[in-house]
Design a binder for this molecule. Structure first.
Ligand SMILES: Cc1cc2nc3c(=O)[nH]c(=O)nc-3n(C[C@H](O)[C@H](O)[C@H](O)COP(=O)(O)OP(=O)(O)OC[C@H]3O[C@@H](n4cnc5c(N)ncnc54)[C@H](O)[C@@H]3O)c2cc1C
Length: 384
């Protein structure tokens, strides 16, 4: 068993750090103030090969999950809010086109999306259903040459500016729970789509947007995958996206931890540096040990995925452990900064809120436990 990061991927992660130092770090505070990630940033990420799905040899190609995890962790260490916006484009939106789009759709949209020139999102959650995906109620009614979509997607990251959305809707209301939904690729600049930006305090500067569809026409050839298989397909999207969001969440923990360590090494109280109090040093040791455990789980999940195995349980375990540690570490790290941490503009301030947001995206902790236990029972019953 080799625990070393392959040299080429480690080298990429280092180069990505340099990219962030010049293309992200200097601009972060103005992006926070402006409340958005400029479109040019996705294009730079695409042009320099940092998006996890790329346009290669005339088609879409996914880079390794391990490489993508390191990139997501690096981005989130600096800004979980920018990281989620990139993740929503690639791992919630584009992945739907990559996994389920016809060749014709991939040829039409793939190149521009993979280069970050056309931006994407996923509209799945509704006010009436989030964890219980089968319970969504947006209607897709059959019409001449296509479908008419009506209903509201309540919480959509990138929804305010995305050009294309992967959208789930009820196409077969009379069918069983597992066969009622279909997945569509929707041009969001179509008439009859209203976008409302919601006011939130997590994952700044990404947006959270309500998308209201009133009788929106979607052509037949924009159906993604198979009619009636939307539930299975969107759950597959979530299984994949749990790998990068685990990395993003781990990056949130590591970012806060490293910031706190820097502060504790500099700040003198009662004649000593904070790290010289053993009570504090032990807290650092304890959190470091737990971050390492979460990292090992993530690396295992990526390695199973990259080897083509079934990684449903591993991706939920990785997400569960990363969220647990991030939700504990981030308020503790903020505390090391004392009163300074409550000031909105202070870099540590956003991390606890961002860790909270991580616990919701791609399934809450309860949903991860459902998946972990379901997969555990399958193994138990098959005698593995
Ligand atoms: C910042 C942010 C960005 C988001 N971006 C997107 C996006 O881009 N696209 C999108 O479609 N959605 C997005 N979401 C929505 C997110 O995926 C949902 O919030 C999440 O899936 C939970 O759904 P819910 O909010 O309806 O909560 P509910 O499903 O109503 O859950 C409420 C509570 O019940 C618990 N629970 C649920 N089921 C069970 C169960 N079986 N057993 C025990 N407990 C259970 C949950 O853990 C939770 O504590 C985003 C959310 C946030 C906060």
């Amino acid at each position: 068993m080799d625990f070393n990061i392959p040299e080429d991927i480690g080298g990429d992660a280092e180069n990505f750090g340099l990219f962030l130092a010049s293309h992200l770090k200097p601009h972060l505070s103005s992006w926070y103030k402006g409340g958005e990630v400029p479109a040019g940033f996705y294009r730079q990420m695409g042009a320099e090969g940092w998006l996890g799905i790329q346009w290669k040899d005339g088609g879409l190609a996914k880079t390794s999950s391990l490489r993508e995890a390191l990139i997501n962790e690096g981005l989130a260490k600096l800004s979980p809010g920018v990281a989620i916006s990139v993740l929503a484009h690639v791992n919630l939106g584009l992945i739907g086109l990559y996994l389920f789009g016809s060749d014709q759709l991939k040829q039409r949209y793939g190149r521009h999306v993979a280069r970050g020139e056309t931006l994407m999102c996923l509209g799945n959650t509704e006010n009436t259903a989030g964890s219980d995906v089968a319970g969504i109620s947006m209607k897709a009614e059959k019409a001449e040459g296509g479908w008419r979509l009506s209903g509201t997607k309540a919480y959509v990251t990138n929804g305010y500016f995305a050009d294309l959305g992967v959208v789930t809707a009820v196409s077969d209301p009379e069918a069983t729970r597992t066969r009622r939904l279909s997945m569509f690729l929707v041009e969001l600049n179509s008439p009859n789509i209203k976008r409302t930006k919601l006011n939130k305090q997590v994952w700044i500067p990404s947006d959270l947007t309500r998308l209201q569809f009133s009788d929106v026409f979607v052509p037949d050839d924009h159906l993604l995958g198979e009619r009636g298989r939307g539930l299975k397909q969107v759950l597959e999207v979530f299984t994949w996206s749990r790998l990068p969001i685990s990395a993003l969440t781990l990056g949130t923990a590591v970012g806060a931890f490293e910031m706190a360590l820097g502060r504790a090494r500099r700040r003198e109280i009662f004649g000593k540096k904070i790290v010289e109090f053993q009570a504090k040093a032990f807290e650092f040791a304890d959190f470091y040990a737990r971050m390492e455990a979460a990292r090992l789980m993530l690396l295992k999940a990526c390695s199973v995925a990259d080897a083509g195995g079934d990684f449903r349980q591993e991706s939920s375990l990785a997400k569960y452990l990363a969220v647990q540690i991030a939700r504990e570490i981030t308020p503790w790290a903020a505390d090391i900064f004392g009163a300074a941490s409550v000031v909105f503009e202070h870099p540590i301030h956003k991390y606890p809120m961002d860790a909270w947001a991580s616990s919701l995206g791609e399934g809450t902790q309860d949903v991860q436990k459902l998946v972990i236990f379901r997969e555990l029972m399958k193994k138990y019953e098959s005698g593995e």
